[in-house]
Design a protein around this ligand. Sequence first.
Ligand SMILES: [Fe+2]
Length: 202
Amino acid sequence: MTNQDWLVKNDGKLEDCQTIAEIELSANPYRLFRFLTNLEDILLNITGDIHRLEKIRPLVRHLLNYSEWLHYEYLEPDPDTGWSVLTLYDEPDFPLTVQTVVWSPGQASPIHNHATWGIVAIVSGEEKNTIWRKVDPENSDAIEKISEQILYPGDIISFTPDAIHHVEALGDEPTVSFNLYGEADYERRFEFDPITHTAINF
Ligand SMILES: [Fe+2]
């Protein structure tokens, strides 16, 4: 457990954030409905993705540390695709994505942005995050690799809407993560091809 908090900004800068391990919240265990209520309060009262992420990261850390069930709540990787998603919460008109995601060892995602703020906490296994950025954001979809960061259980990485990355599951066991995203602006969400320098909506 390294318990490190990271922030990836739109320009590909990876910031090592101050980790607040404990926050004053209700008593153990931290129930999902309380987490969602605290989250809604932040979203209602705070504007700006970076400020929101600063406030949400400690909640995610608290959930990770004080919700034992979360560590067992995931699907096995789909044998055909090598990954699976389990939705933990879904309510019309409260457009959050709250899920656990599992990847088979060696599997990698496409290179993408999220078009909303996002936070991923590693529950088990190891995940390599490769960070990219647009070479000339105003004029082209060409991207270049900026950095790599291997995440371990207890690590949290957060993203601004135009941060670009891809992930790869390392090690011998599946990688399980808790993933939380805001409301995506789907027209601004892309998968990038670093060879052809093109991007497609997904
Ligand atoms: Fe992602």
